[in-house]
Design a protein around this ligand. Sequence first.
Ligand SMILES: [Zn+2]
Length: 432
Amino acid sequence: MEMESFSSLTVTERDQILVEQQVFNIFKTFYNIPPSSQSFMLELQRENHVEYLTNGLKQLGPSFCVLDANRPWICYWILHSIALMDEFVDPELEDNTIDFLSRCQDPNGGYGGGPGQMPHLATTMLQSIHLEKLYSFIRQMKYASGGFRMHDAGEIDVRACYTAISVASLLNILDDELVQNVGNYILSCQTYEGGISGEPGSEAHGGYTFCGLATMILINEVKRLDLSSLIDWVVFRQGVEGGFQGRTNKLVDGCYSFWQGGIFALLKRLNSTRGEKSIPLGDGEDSGPDSSETTASSDATGKGLIEDLSQGGSHIEKGDQHDTSSRVNSKRHAKVKPLFNSLALQQYILLCSQDLNGGLRDKPGKSRDHYHTCYCLSGLSVCQRSWLEDDDSPPLPCAVLGPYSNLLEPIHPLYNVVLDRYREAHEFFTGS
Ligand SMILES: [Zn+2]
């Protein structure tokens, strides 16, 4: 583009062009190198990521958590990322972390840094939670409007609703009183664009749309949302770079791989005819398939799926496709076709968000951090299973971009917790 016309653009337009150039340069390099180097570029650098994450956990140190409200969140981002890669932290470090988090529990039942970190912890940690105190803490944060505050004098918003409802649901203490009017509040935040904003009157946003949709599912009121306009909004948030933007006309950002990608995982389950068998969508009560919603397209044949996949990813090695597994699984895969370009998103995460020295980031030129590492990896896990109707079976190799060793653990999309950990917690709190 000529400099003159470039200078007549708005800041937003200029930033967008610069990001596209950076991203497309990476893609150009990628498509011009030999296949062996391509597969290295697409490889998830597990060892480096684990090292980066483990070092982050060590640095939490013995100081008081009340000094930094983000610290419990950092624990979650790190521990969840490690769990996604099916790795473990050494027992001493795990003990230290549990000890650190126990000290964050307020005598009144809440946790410093927000209660959201709790569902993500080891069973040892769960045993120390005082459920009655926690319930009354959550109850105190609730307002007549149906909204919740994050903490005393904190803001009332959709994120706080999600935190309160998801924690209560996971801990099996969700009741009518907590749920009352929450649906009205979320509904008042769905905007003319179709997405959900943080508060009534604000702009639709990926993080709040995920939180709002998940909350509505958890309280069994999802049908009240205008789902078709919500789908319209979210499908247009995937950019030419392959990644997602959080809001209209904003730049692509790796963390929305989960916030927006997770919305697709939730929508997929709403349309699923069998997903509810393995993972309850509601609060554990009957929340069977929703017959009034649109049903997943059933015209896509297994063959069509493979063609779709190979069109989207010309660099998938033929040798990776195992004929028997695709035949066995074709029925399971045939029904579900993701509403977003899953391979393009995987390509953005692996080539643009991944720091080869460990950790993941927002976009090229930004530095890695634990938050982006967590939500890029969570989004990657969602992508890899976006063709599957039920997360208990492994995805086809052609659905996983790069070597099959990139495959991450499945998550429960309502809580963003690794599925096995969710089941442990669910068993623990329901006693079943
Ligand atoms: Zn981000």
